[in-house]
Structure formats: structure tokens, C-alpha cells
Ligand binder design. Structure first.
Ligand code: ADP
Ligand code: MG
Ligand code: MG
Length: 896
């Protein structure tokens, strides 16, 4: 039979699903023998039944009644008794803490008569009793009956004013409070058309119902959506005997953390407020004191609290946050949980707790959150949002300051002259890439966290604020306006990619200690955060099975990746080798060639240029594998935009200019035009249709490798053919290209120790026929960006309009372009791994999509048995950490 209510002595900390976090930990502390006021918990199951049936099931009411009787007997007091009343709090508490979302009613059980009894209990403290009663009417009215909070607050203010200017709530005497109570009851009647309930059983029932109902309140629902908490959990209700921190200066209430949650230091941290009830600390009614001051005020309680803090930390083996109340010199503990902490603090704490022997190595590794690691290397804006002229989405972490530019070309040109620039655009496209990577930061007025600007910025480690819809860009005036401020080209702004804030002027930025330390700053290297980082990363490296490679296209990126611990390149894209002034002309000749000779002439120009690019990369990665992807994008990307060109030709013709040459280009552009270029002539299909193209690339790769080897380097070459759908595609390509490689190496008189051929698995058909494909491949690399696009039939560039709604309505598990969709894309990957390895036991497997730097996806890759993940150089540490965490156990976020 279902049990709807548990005494605190019946539960424990592992019963959070049923008792909520608060209830489970109250039970745990009760059983540890800590001074917790007694009480009981009504379960989340009762809440769900209540919400489903639209009222409390009879059995629940009965069980709650029994537990109340037990509580009354234990306390020797009765709820609502006029002579000697028991007072309780009714506290909500879901499985996950939802700060400020669900409300709590204190002092329940007071009415016009029991308020006298309360005064008697406290030796005739009439003032205290009345103060408790007015608080109760106020909280009950607001939380249970939805009376506007301002109504009560206004009357309270008025009463204080009437007392004397600047009076505080503590200055009201018993007489004043008596008047205030009458006024509060009148307000209650006015808004609810009912008298304030005098029957305490009614009060209790109404309060419990209100807590249950608040689970479905708008605030609570919004919070859950934002924080990805399920709507199906429900909240528990805790009914607990009251203790009073508002009984004079020998009483008070506070919050304590067993370690400093922001620095992680092992020092007590918190706030204390004398002569106050719990909610006053949060409400900021009076200024709180730092916790350590309690040592002077009440040394004995302080010592007691410190003991409880130590006990809890040893018991939970983690930093705890604690609510406590002191009533007339007696300490009570009202709540504890594993405390939230900053990304910085969690590293310091993890290392300290490991050194102290509180946790073992594996646990220390799991205590830090790989999702937050990248943040720690970024600069921060010191300001906290004050004076910001606009706010957008925090699309890519970090802070940047620089001159405003409005086009990618301008960004590149100004950066070339040594300026620090921020590229401001409505949104960005692949054509803006060169300007984006030349910028310190990127600001867009449209687009979400998965817009082109956001994705590129994160991949390149550039701070970005996207979708700041408060800014209006006027391209013609070369200016934007925001919140009444006009910012022109060349004006300096500062953007904060952590918060989405945009400021005018150059704000002070704080360098990251970790970044400074990584660059060799001796002072920074002395800091604990760096020691923690180095120690825990070395643990991750020692434990992980997955290798970590980088996606890098240039020698610079390769060097950077290597510095960050990359163990090779998993994806070297070659498309940029077709860009840049000197090359565009040759690429055009290649595309326009009418005869094989003309085409070959173009390749002859491109070949030495590409070879030099590869030489730089192989040198930088000497001794480590480099996977080079042969050209993948459709050729039209190297020609002018169809519409732009058509307009240009038409206008030029009107002006009477000679447009013959441009006409030819336009005709070619029209010929190459495709309705769905991403599903058109690209990848291996290009290799099939233009055999000389891949042959040229393979020759350039092999000649470069030969050069590096001849210089004493150790090039380890892996040639990757993209977008294969059928085994014969790959077989035929290898038949054509292997002889080209052989010939190039023979001519150079060099043999390579490591030359492999493989393909990307990025089409569903490739995944499900992986067994056949593997017969022709030395390796597979999962191109999960395209694989996700083709598995879902989602175009990543176009789903921005609805992906948010899809996530919200849970139509997709999570954004599948961020985290590998296990049931669909993940399943395709597993099939390809298993069937590929079965056909070719030597096959090695990696991933090179953006998912390779996403911690949850790294865990999946570990489980699926991949050999390596490859990601942006800026994610290398994240991937190393996530791979280590995957190897020691489930990587759960550190703080919950
Ligand atoms: P929240 O989840 O918003 O923190 P709580 O249920 O913890 O809400 O309660 C709000 C405040 O009231 C806290 O400061 C808490 O310590 C205090 N409080 C709750 N129950 C009692 C009680 N039985 N006696 C004294 N103070 C209490
Ligand atoms: Mg609390
Ligand atoms: Mg692809």
C-alpha cells in the first residue's frame, strides 16, 4: 500500500524522489542525531495524486493526521491550543532545489486565542507572540490565498512610519502589533471575502494544498523549463515544529556554507541575522552579518554550529549549505544540502577534499563539471551589468573589447592593421568567416545560441553575444543604436559573453588565472586553481581510454592544439586551401576548364600552394596522426553568389559596360546551381566527377609528407574521403588515388610509416552498410554534424526557427546538434562501430563532428567503443576531462 507520509526519523538522504531534497536531508540529519526540530514529510507521490485527482486522497489526510498527532504528543503541545499551542512550518521541497520557486509558511497554528498561549509559553513575551501572528497572517495570506504581497507590506511600512521616521520592524511594540494584526485581518477579508481561518486544522490543510498546487504555478513551470527539470516529479511538503530566531538578541537565524562556495577555500562562509526569522535573511529586511561574527556574539552556539558543519561535511563528503536558527542560545538545524559552487570553487574543493582524504581520486575527478571548464580560461568583465546598453544571449563565453566594425572584410582589414575589433552584424553567414576569426568578439542582433555566429564563435573560442534584439543596425550610416545610445563604426564597445551584456567603451577585463598560468606566468602557476587543474587533468589523462585529437586546418591551429594536449588531428579541412586571392583565380580556372589540359593547368598552380600548407601542418604535428579530409563543399561556394552576380550583370549592362566575361561566370554559376547543395555535388561525388581534384590533393599531401620526413620529421598521414554512401564509392576512390600516392612517394624516394585511407561516416546509408564499407577502410570518422542533419532531415542552418520549441515540448531529447542523439544518431553510430569492426578488426574509429567536444557526447563515444574524439582546439581540455570522467564512472554534474 502506498505510504503518503513519513516521520523525519523514517527517511534518509537517498529518498529524494519521494521525500524531496529538503525532506530527505531533514530525515538524514534527524537520524544522525543533529538538533532538528521534529516533523514529518508528505510525499511527492501524494502531490502527484493530489494534482491528478484535484484534491487530497482520503488516505493522505488520514496519514497526515496520524503524523500530526505523533508530533503533538512528542512536543507535548497541540496545534491551535489556546493555552499552549504547537506551531509548525509548512515547507515545500522538490527533488531538486528550486530556489524561490515554491513557498513556505511559518508560524502556522496561531489564531486570536493561541497567540495568547504563545505569549504565555515565552514567559509573557506578548510582543514576540503578536509579531509571530502578524507574520503568519501575512505569509498565509500571500502564499496560500494569493493576497498581493504589497497590501501587507504597505501596511507594515505605514505602521513603521507612524512610529517614527526610520523605524524598523523591531521597533514596533506590542500595542502597535495588535493594531497591525487587525489591519492585516481586514486586508485578508478584503481580498479573500472570508475571515482569517481560526481553525488550525483548516490552516494546515489549506497550506498543504497550496504547496501542492504551487508545483504547477507559472513561476515553478518556467523555472523547470529553464533548468531542464521534469514536470513529473512533484513536490513534497514538510510539516515541522517551529523554533524561533526572533525572540531577542540571544536569538537569530542564518545560512552557513562549510567552504567558501566562490573560491572553494576551506573556510566557513555565510550570513547571520540576530533577532529574526528565516525568511528575513532572504528578504534583506536588515543587513546580515558575516557568519564569523557569530563567534563574538554567541561563542557557544558558534562552536556548536562549527561542529555540525564538520559533521555534515564528513558525512556527505562534500560542501554543505546549512540553514540554522538559534532560539535563546539553543542551536537548531533546519536544512542542509550539497551546496552550489562556482566553476572556480569546484576545482579547488575537489583537490582539497582529495588531499584531505575525504574523497578518492575518481570521485575528485567526477566532482568537476566538464561543461564549465572552458569558462575558466576566459577573461571576464569586471562590471556586473550596470550601464549595459543592450543584452543578448550569452552565445560564447568570455569578454572582449574593441572597435565596432560592420563587415567581415572591414574586420579583417582593421585587424590586419593591428586594431582590436568587434564584428557587429544582424547575423553571420559562412562568407563572414574570415572576418569573424579576425575579431576579438562578435555581436549579432538576430539569431539564437545555435546560429552560425554562435556556433563559429564557440568553435573558435571567440566571445559572442547573439540575438541582442535591442540593437538596431543601420548599415548605410555604419552605426547601430541601442537603448537611445548611438554607436558608430570605430567606436569602442565591450561585450560579455558570460551574461550577454553589451557596454559602450572599454571596460576593465579580468584575466583568467588559468590562462595566465598556461602561458607560463609563474605567479599564476602558484595559485591553487592551477594546481587543482594540473592534478585533476593528469588524473583524467591517466584514466581515460579515449584519445583526444583536434579539428585544425592550419599550422597555427595545430600548434595551439598540441599545446593543449591534442594527440593528433582528427579533421583537417582543406577548403580554406582553395581560398585567398592567389588561389581563387586557379580555382576558377579549374571550375571553368573545358579540356583536361586546362583543368590540369589549374591543378598545377594549386598543388604547390597546398603542399606548403600541408608541410606546415605535418611539421607541427610530427609524430602524431593527421587526418586530412579531401575537398568536401560544393563548388559553387567558390564562385560569387548567384543572385548578387545576376543583379550586378544586369546593372552593369544598363550602364552600358562590357559584361561578356561576367556573363560567362553567371552562366557557369547558373549551371552549378543546385536546389539542395548540401545534398548535391559535394564530398566523394566531387572526387568521382572531377578525378583530377582529389588526385592533386593526394599528391600535395604525399609530397608534403615526403618533405617533412626527409627533414627528419615523422608525418603520420590519414587520408579521409567525405560523404561516402556506398562501399564501391570508397573502393573506386582508393583504386584511383593509391597509385597517385605511391607514385608521389616513389618520386620523392620516401616511404611513410603511417599512411591510411578511410572515410567519414556521415550518412545513414553509410552507417547501416558500414560492414561493406569497412572492407575498404582503415578508419572511420563519424561526421556527426552531417549525420545528425541527414538522420533527422534537419538542416542545421534552418532549424533555428523551431528547435527551441522542439526542445521545450520535448520533441527531441536535447538539441541534437549539441549532444549526440543516442537513440537515433547514436544508434547509427553503434551499428557502424560494431559492423565495421566485425568486418575489419583493425578498423579504428573516431568522431570529428562538433559533438566531439561536448562532455555528454564524449561519454557516449567512450561507451560506444570509439578510439578517439576530435574537437575544436578550445575544447581539448574539456574532452580530455570528459573522457577521464567517462572512464571512472558516470559524469554527473558536480552540484545538484
Ligand atoms: P526555502 O526552500 O525557500 O529555503 P524553507 O522551507 O527552507 O524555504 O523555509 C524558509 C525559511 O524559513 C528558512 O530560512 C527556514 O530556515 C525557515 N524555517 C522553515 N521551517 C522553520 C521552522 N520549523 N522553524 C524556524 N524556521 C523555519
Ligand atoms: Mg531553505
Ligand atoms: Mg560533413
Amino acid at each position: 500500500m502506498t505510504k503518503y507520509a513519513y516521520d523525519f526519523s523514517e527517511g534518509n538522504k537517498d529518498m529524494k524522489d519521494l521525500l524531496g531534497g529538503k525532506g530527505a536531508n531533514l530525515a538524514e540529519m534527524t537520524n544522525m542525531g543533529l538538533p532538528v526540530p521534529p516533523g514529518f514529510t508528505i510525499t511527492t507521490e501524494a502531490c502527484l495524486t493530489f494534482l491528478k485527482e484535484g484534491g487530497a486522497p482520503p488516505q493522505m489526510l488520514q496519514e497526515a493526521g496520524e503524523h500530526l498527532r505523533t508530533l503533538q504528543e512528542g512536543m507535548g503541545r497541540e496545534l491551535g491550543n489556546p493555552d499552549d499551542p504547537l506551531l509548525v512550518s509548512v515547507r515545500s521541497g522538490a527533488k531538486f532545489s528550486m530556489p524561490g520557486m515554491m513557498d513556505t509558511v511559518l508560524n502556522l497554528g496561531l489564531n486570536d486565542r493561541s497567540v495568547e498561549g504563545l505569549a504565555k509559553q515565552t514567559g509573557g513575551d506578548v510582543r514576540f507572540a503578536r509579531d509571530a501572528y502578524r507574520r503568519f497572517i501575512q505569509m498565509f495570506g500571500k502564499i496560500v490565498m494569493d493576497v498581493p504581497a504589497e497590501a501587507f507590506e504597505g501596511s507594515l511600512e505605514a505602521a513603521k512610519e507612524a512610529k517614527f521616521a526610520g523605524a524598523q520592524d523591531t521597533d514596533l511594540d506590542a500595542e502597535d502589533l495588535s493594531t497591525l494584526i487587525e489591519r492585516f485581518k481586514a486586508l485578508y477579508r478584503e481580498h479573500t471575502h472570508d475571515d482569517f481561518p481560526q481553525d488550525s486544522k483548516d490552516q494546515l490543510r489549506l497550506a498543504i494544498d497550496a504547496v501542492f498546487r504551487s508545483w504547477n504555478g507559472k513561476r515553478a513551470r518556467d523555472y523547470r523549463r529553464q533548468n531542464k527539470i521534469s514536470d513529473d516529479l512533484g513536490t513534497a511538503v514538510n510539516v515541522q515544529a517551529m523554533v524561533f530566531g526572533n525572540r531577542g538578541d540571544d536569538s537569530g537565524t542564518g545560512v552557513a556554507f562549510t567552504r567558501d562556495p566562490s573560491t572553494g577555500e576551506r573556510a566557513p562562509y555565510g550570513d547571520y541575522l540576530a533577532n529574526a526569522q528565516g525568511e528575513d535573511v532572504v528578504a534583506g529586511i536588515r543587513n546580515t552579518l558575516p557568519l564569523v561574527r557569530l563567534e563574538e556574539i554567541d561563542p557557544e552556539s558558534y562552536r556548536g554550529l562549527r561542529e555540525v558543519m564538520d559533521t555534515l561535511e564528513r558525512h556527505y563528503r562534500d560542501m554543505c549549505d546549512i540553514e540554522f536558527t538559534i532560539e535563546k542560545g539553543r542551536l537548531w538545524i533546519l536544512q542542509t544540502r550539497i551546496g552550489k559552487r562556482t566553476a572556480f570553487g569546484e576545482w579547488v574543493m575537489a583537490l582539497d577534499m582529495f588531499d584531505e582524504g575525504l574523497i578518492d581520486e575518481a570521485e575528485a575527478l567526477l566532482r568537476v563539471d566538464a561543461n564549465r571548464l572552458e569558462e575558466l580560461f576566459k577573461r571576464r568583465v569586471k562590471a556586473d551589468g550596470e550601464g549595459a546598453i543592450a543584452k543578448g544571449l550569452n552565445a560564447s563565453p568570455g569578454a572582449a573589447t574593441g572597435e565596432v566594425v560592420f563587415t567581415a572584410d572591414e574586420a579583417e582589414a582593421r585587424a590586419h592593421e593591428g586594431a582590436r575589433v568587434i564584428l557587429v552584424r544582424r547575423e553571420t553567414t559562412p562568407d563572414d568567416y574570415h572576418g569573424m576569426i579576425a575579431s576579438q568578439g562578435i555581436l549579432t542582433s538576430a539569431g539564437g545560441t545555435n546560429s552560425h555566429a554562435a556556433v563559429v564563435a564557440r568553435g573558435e573560442g571567440i566571445p559572442a553575444v547573439c540575438g541582442a534584439d535591442g540593437i538596431r543596425i543601420d548599415m548605410r550610416a555604419r552605426a547601430f543604436s541601442a537603448n537611445g545610445t548611438r554607436v558608430g563604426e570605430g567606436d569602442v564597445i565591450t561585450i560579455d559573453g558570460f551574461t550577454g551584456n553589451v557596454y559602450v567603451g572599454e571596460l576593465e577585463l579580468e584575466e583568467s588565472v588559468l590562462e595566465k598560468a598556461r602561458q607560463g606566468d609563474a605567479v599564476a602557476q602558484e595559485q591553487k586553481i592551477w594546481k587543482a587543474f594540473e592534478r585533476l587533468m593528469s588524473v583524467a589523462d591517466a584514466r581515460r581510454r579515449l584519445r583526444v585529437r583536434a579539428n585544425a586546418d592550419t599550422p597555427d591551429q595545430s600548434t595551439n592544439a598540441r599545446d593543449r594536449g591534442a594527440e593528433g588531428i582528427g579533421l583537417c579541412r582543406t577548403e580554406h586551401m582553395f581560398l585567398g586571392e592567389e588561389r581563387v583565380e586557379a580555382v576558377r580556372r579549374m571550375i571553368f576548364a573545358e579540356t583536361p589540359e586546362e583543368e590540369q593547368a589549374a591543378y598545377d598552380i594549386l598543388l604547390p600552394l597546398q603542399r606548403d600548407d600541408f608541410v606546415g601542418i605535418f611539421r607541427a604535428m610530427s609524430g602524431l596522426p593527421v587526418t586530412v579530409r579531401l575537398l568536401d563543399p560544393p563548388l559553387h561556394e567558390f564562385l560569387p553568389n548567384q543572385v548578387d552576380l545576376a543583379v550586378e550583370v544586369a546593372l552593369a549592362e544598363e550602364r552600358g559596360e562590357d559584361v561578356a566575361e561576367r556573363r560567362v561566370t553567371l552562366q557557369k554559376v547558373n549551371e552549378l546551381h543546385e536546389a539542395n547543395p548540401m545534398l548535391g555535388l559535394r564530398g566523394v561525388r566531387l572526387g568521382i566527377v572531377k578525378p583530377g581534384l582529389y588526385a592533386m590533393q593526394v599528391r600535395a599531401i604525399c609530397e608534403a609528407a615526403a618533405t617533412v620526413k626527409a627533414d627528419g620529421g615523422d608525418p603520420r598521414v590519414e587520408i579521409m574521403i567525405p560523404l561516402v554512401a556506398t562501399a564501391p564509392e570508397l573502393r573506386q576512390m582508393r583504386e584511383e588515388l593509391e597509385p597517385v600516392a605511391g607514385e608521389a612517394l616513389r618520386a620523392a624516394g620516401v616511404e611513410l610509416d603511417h599512411l591510411e585511407w578511410g572515410t567519414m561516416i556521415e550518412l545513414p546509408r553509410a552507417a547501416v552498410t558500414a560492414g561493406e564499407i569497412a572492407e575498404h577502410a582503415d578508419f572511420f570518422s563519424f561526421g556527426t554534424n552531417d549525420l545528425t542533419q541527414t538522420a533527422f532531415g534537419f538542416s542545421r542552418d534552418d532549424i533555428g526557427k523551431f528547435v527551441g520549441m522542439y526542445e521545450e515540448r520535448k520533441l527531441v531529447p536535447a538539441n541534437p546538434f549539441v549532444t549526440v542523439d543516442r537513440p537515433g544518431v547514436g544508434r547509427l553510430m553503434s551499428i557502424a562501430c560494431n559492423e565495421g569492426r566485425a568486418a575489419n578488426p583493425n578498423l579504428h574509429l573516431g568522431i570529428c563532428g562538433e559533438h566531439g567536444g561536448d562532455p555528454a557526447s564524449v561519454v557516449f563515444c567512450h561507451e560506444a567503443g570509439l578510439d578517439y574524439v576530435s574537437c575544436s582546439p578550445f575544447r581539448i581540455e574539456t574532452a580530455r576531462l570528459a573522457a577521464g570522467q567517462a572512464a571512472v564512472g558516470a559524469a554527473e554534474p558536480a552540484s545538484m
